[in-house]
Design a protein around this ligand. Structure first.
Ligand SMILES: CC(C)(COP(=O)(O)OP(=O)(O)OC[C@H]1O[C@@H](n2cnc3c(N)ncnc32)[C@H](O)[C@@H]1OP(=O)(O)O)[C@@H](O)C(=O)NCCC(=O)NCCS
Length: 295
C-alpha cells in the first residue's frame, strides 16, 4: 500500500535520492518557485518510494523532467498515481497539455510506452529533437576543416556573454518577438547559460546580429542550446563562425565533449550541424516527446 503527496520545501531532502543529481537543483526550487511542482509516493509509515518532478513552462505546457519508482515498489500502480497527480496539477495551472522527453534508446522506452498508453497519453511519441554528441579529446585539426575559424569581416566583433554591456542586453531584450522568436531567445533557461562560452556577433555598426548560447551540462560537456543569426545576415556563414568561436573557447578550457540539441523542424540547423560533424566521430540520437493534450 502507498499514498501520494505534493512535496513541499521541508520534504525535499527525503526525496532527492529518487532523482539524478542533475535534477536536484530543480527539485530544490519546490516551494520557492511556483512553476516547479513535485509529488512523492510513500509507503506506510512515511517511507519515500517514488518521485515525479515537473515544471510549468513559459509555453503553457507542463514538462515532466523525471519520474522514478524504487524497484521493490514497481508494478503496483505508483507511477500511474503520480502521473495522475501531475496531470491534475497541470489542469489546475491551466496548462494546454503535459509532456515528457525521452531518448529513443533509453532501456525504459517500451515500459514508458505501456505506462503512458494506460494513462491515455497521445501515442506514438514524436521525435522532436536530435541530439548530436561529439568528443574532441583526440581531435585532429586537419580532419575538421569546418572547425577552422572563419575570418571576421572588417569591423565585426565577437564577445562572450560575460563581456556584453547592460545596454546591449537591454537592446536584445527589446527585440524579442520582433527580430528573433521566443525559441531562439538567448534568455531561455538563463540561469544555465555558460557566460564564458556563449558568444554574440556584432556587425560594423556594433549592432548584435547573432549568438550561440551554450549550457555547461557537467565538468566535461557543453550543450549548444541555441544558434541564431538575424534574417538579413543568414546564409553568409555567420552561424558556423559563431559555433566555431564557441567550440574553440571550450576546447581551450579543456572541455572536450559537446552536444547539439536541434529541433527536427529546424532544417537549416540540422544541415549545418551535419556538415560540421561529417568528418568527425559523432553519435546522433532521437529525443522523443510523449505528450497528452488538454486542448
Ligand atoms: C517506468 C516506471 C516509472 C514505472 O513505474 P511503476 O510504478 O512500476 O508503474 P505502474 O505500476 O503504474 O505501471 C503501469 C503500467 O505500466 C506498464 N509497466 C510498468 N512496468 C512495466 C514493466 N516492467 N514491464 C511491462 N510493463 C510495465 C504496465 O502496462 C503497467 O500496468 P499493469 O501493471 O496493469 O500491467 C518504473 O519502472 C521506474 O521508475 N523505472 C525507472 C525509470 C527511470 O529511470 N527514471 C528516471 C528518468 S525519467
Amino acid at each position: 500500500m502507498f499514498y501520494t503527496e505534493r512535496i513541499n520545501e521541508a520534504m525535499i531532502k527525503d526525496f532527492d535520492k529518487l532523482t539524478y543529481r542533475e535534477f536536484r537543483p530543480l527539485l530544490n526550487k519546490v516551494g520557492s518557485e511556483a512553476s516547479v511542482i513535485a509529488f512523492g509516493a510513500l509507503s506506510y509509515p512515511a517511507q519515500p518510494i517514488g518521485l515525479i518532478l515537473g515544471e510549468v513552462r513559459k509555453d503553457g505546457y507542463m514538462q515532466i523532467h523525471t519520474i522514478f519508482i524504487k524497484p521493490k515498489y514497481r508494478r503496483l500502480g505508483v507511477a500511474t498515481a503520480l502521473l495522475k497527480d501531475m496531470e491534475q496539477a497541470a489542469g489546475t495551472n491551466k496548462c494546454h497539455g503535459i509532456y515528457l522527453g525521452f531518448i529513443h534508446d533509453n532501456p525504459f522506452h517500451e515500459i514508458f510506452n505501456k505506462l503512458l498508453r494506460k494513462c491515455s497519453w497521445d501515442l506514438p511519441a514524436e521525435t522532436d529533437m536530435l541530439l548530436y554528441t561529439l568528443n574532441m579529446e583526440s581531435l585532429v585539426e586537419e580532419d575538421a576543416p569546418l572547425f577552422t575559424l572563419m575570418e571576421l569581416p572588417g569591423g565585426f566583433t565577437v564577445s562572450s556573454w560575460q563581456e556584453l554591456s547592460k545596454e546591449e542586453f537591454a537592446k536584445i531584450k527589446k527585440g524579442h518577438g520582433i527580430w528573433y522568436p521566443e525559441l531562439t531567445s538567448p534568455f531561455l533557461e538563463e540561469k544555465r547559460v555558460d557566460p564564458l562560452n556563449s558568444v554574440f556577433l556584432r556587425d560594423e555598426e556594433k549592432q548584435i546580429i547573432g549568438w550561440t548560447i551554450t549550457h555547461r551540462l557537467d565538468s566535461e560537456t557543453m550543450l549548444y542550446r541555441n544558434v541564431f543569426v538575424k534574417e538579413e545576415y543568414r546564409s553568409m556563414g555567420y552561424a558556423m563562425l559563431l559555433m566555431g568561436n564557441a567550440i574553440w573557447r571550450q576546447y581551450d578550457r579543456g572541455i572536450y565533449k559537446l552536444m547539439f540539441c536541434v529541433h527536427v523542424k529546424n532544417k537549416s540547423m540540422t544541415k549545418i550541424i551535419s556538415r560540421f560533424m561529417k568528418p568527425l566521430n559523432y553519435t546522433v540520437k532521437n529525443k522523443l516527446r510523449f505528450s497528452k493534450s488538454f486542448l
